[in-house]
Design a protein around this ligand. Sequence first.
Ligand SMILES: *Cc1c(COP(=O)(O)O)cnc(C)c1O
Length: 343
Amino acid sequence: MFDLDKLVRPNVRVLSPYSCARDEYQGKEGIFLDANENPFGYLNRYPDPYQKELKEAISNLKGISAEKIFLGNGSDEIIDLCFRVFCRPGIDKALTFSPSYGMYQVSAAINDIEIIKIPLDSDFMIDYKLTEKYLKDEKIKLIIICSPNNPTGNCPGSSAILKIISDFTGIVIVDEAYIDFSDKGSLISYTRQFPNLIVMQTFSKAFGLAAARVGIAYANPPVISYLNKIKPPYNISTINQKAVLQKLRKLSTYTGQVRKIKKERARLSAELAKISCVKKIYPSDSNFILINVEDANTIYKYLVDNSIIVRNRSSLIDNCIRITVGTRTENNKLLSGLKNYKK
Ligand SMILES: *Cc1c(COP(=O)(O)O)cnc(C)c1O
């Protein structure tokens, strides 16, 4: 049985959160002499700690109620907060799949949490049979699944993911940072059915706001309250909240860019297939393409020498390079660079 309070670190369960001035008085109008702010100028006031206006806008966009939304200073902050809510340092464990996003491991290590990594199969899909035995381990409090997965680019299997969420009594985070580039649907609506599910998205990729550092978690209100309880009070700056609001007011920019990137992804894959040093192109549901090449280290260095920077992922997957889909001009430069590569 899923028991949220039992999963939470005991110190977090009993914690009285910091009450900031903006918590005590919620009105918008008034003479504000409560937060030791400078009364003059622009950006002189502390930001809304719960980002109400922004959450309303996201709620309208996604058709999910604002009380099921948490915003972090990037998804990276949300990952860290989840470790700090659910995993006791040196005692509890988390589980993820390999290869995947490096930040899960780093965040776990910072929090002194052991992370178990289950290998994905040769098509980078989740092997449920390999995972199953771990679902009973009571020390494992958190499972993190990246879908579409970074750096492989594919969705690792929605039926396996749903089976894990339904069979596991701890928390499951599904990181959907790249979901906008995929034709497979988001799992957000499954939060209605699963109290242990946290779906994470971000404004850093498809929305083009990596510099603004705004990540989103969708979950049921009891989970959201725990995240709110331990977050730094003013974790999203006013400027960053405004940047996202502005982007959401003109969604055509976002949809147009996503369409363009997906089109370029298809063209880039087709063109890469014609190049002799490229051995394999993996299918992508993301804004990047993983390729297998003859000698990743030499090719990576050769591209860097030509001012083309890609990500060498050979330490994770033998002779693999991850290429972000850029503009048409950028992609053409990469393609001609690879075409001119000589062993
Ligand atoms: C880029 C990326 C993110 C986004 O992180 P932010 O902190 O929101 O910028 C999250 N998860 C994965 C797997 C990513 O590749």
